[in-house]
Ligand binder design. Structure first.
Ligand SMILES: Cc1cc2nc3c(=O)[nH]c(=O)nc-3n(C[C@H](O)[C@H](O)[C@H](O)COP(=O)(O)OP(=O)(O)OC[C@H]3O[C@@H](n4cnc5c(N)ncnc54)[C@H](O)[C@@H]3O)c2cc1C
Length: 313
């Protein structure tokens, strides 16, 4: 990373979208830098046990996928820097002045920005969730499931990730509860069928978790029936929360047009309402948030960066 220079494009985040953007930028001959706050590139897929819907890499482990993506970018000579971005502002009124990024490693100057900060796990915001984080409360079954071998766990949620987590945990846990606030799951049919065939999984319908309790670690959950309001306690050694994701666009939300949830508004060209700022991946408002759509965005964002740069000349 060079502080006293103007990059053509700085990409914030090196998940699938950011890495794809880095690869397309390099191959287009742009002077590009990709910033990543975590020690490893790969984003959310690093926490995924298996990705079975990305063409050509059937059943790949998510961590391996993240590593493969980064290896590809490194092989092409893409520039990465471990840094967390805390702010983005215009360097001046004229378009040519570009943008200044405030990062943990100093300020960076760039003509264009690709925001590929993705998303993070949503929280339940209930008593005990913070206190027992890492002590029985987890947001990643594939990362932490092994600590609960032979134990009783609960998964909260009703989508693909929650059901996949319950299936994954059922392989090693004695008992797995899937706690869902509605009376039907949103997960894909194929996953639901697999889940329902497992003898050690029990689905608790129309149920929410009100509190997580224990001494040193999680010991029990306070549940409430959403129809009757009746409460009860459930003994559990661990709780895996899979209730969706929250976009990580906070640092630019006052600059770029967002929807009510904080997803950046942009079409397939990935151009936001701020000329020179593009968005790629899960952070963009779109129908399907997956690796395959994230990498497509990365490519489209760079195609739009190139159009924008041509207009500057
Ligand atoms: C448990 C789980 C299972 C999944 N399974 C599948 C699957 O089977 N198939 C599939 O296609 N998809 C799956 N997904 C979805 C897929 O992982 C995402 O759609 C994809 O990772 C989105 O890529 P992204 O690059 O947009 O964002 P992310 O993967 O979220 O990456 C964003 C990156 O930006 C970095 N970042 C954020 N803010 C900053 C900052 N301020 N400064 C610097 N860096 C920053 C983050 O550290 C991160 O590395 C799964 C997701 C999860 C959580």
């Amino acid at each position: 990373m060079e502080v006293n220079k103007m990059y053509d494009v700085v990409i914030i985040g090196s998940g699938p979208a950011g890495i794809s953007a880095a690869i397309y930028a390099k191959r287009a001959g742009l002077d590009a830098l990709t910033l990543e706050q975590n020690p490893l590139s790969g984003g959310q897929v690093l926490n995924t046990y298996e990705v079975d819907n990305y063409p050509g890499l059937s059943g790949i482990n998510g961590f391996d996928m993240g590593m493969k993506f980064r290896e590809h970018a490194d092989k092409l000579g893409c520039q990465f820097q471990n840094a967390s971005v805390s702010g983005v502002r215009r360097a001046g009124d004229e378009k040519e002045k570009g943008f200044i990024l405030e990062t943990s490693e100093g300020e960076i100057h760039t003509q264009t920005v690709v925001a590929a900060m993705g998303a993070v796990h949503a929280k339940l915001h209930i008593p005990g969730e913070e206190d027992f984080a890492g002590k029985g409360v987890s947001y990643c079954a594939t990362c932490d499931g092994a600590f609960f071998r032979g134990k009783t766990t609960a998964v909260v949620g009703g989508g693909d990730v929650a059901v996949e987590d319950a299936i994954f945990l059922a392989r090693s846990c004695e008992k797995v509860y899937l706690i869902h606030r509605r009376d039907e799951l949103r997960a894909a049919d194929i996953l639901q069928r697999e889940l329902k065939a497992l003898p050690n999984v029990e689905i608790l319908w129309n149920t929410v978790v009100k509190e997580i309790a224990g001494k040193e670690r999680v010991e029990s959950l306070s549940l409430e029936d959403t129809r009757t309001g009746q409460g009860r306690s459930l003994a559990a050694d661990g709780i895996f929360i899979a209730v969706g994701i929250v976009p990580s666009g906070e640092l630019m939300k006052d600059m770029v047009g967002c929807d009510e949830q904080g997803y950046f508004l942009a079409g397939e060209d990935c151009a936001t309402d701020v000329p020179g700022v593009f968005v790629a991946g899960d952070l963009r408002k779109k129908k399907l948030r997956q690796v395959v759509t994230a990498v497509a965005d990365g490519a489209n964002a760079i195609a739009s960066v190139l159009d924008y740069m041509r207009e500057l000349i």
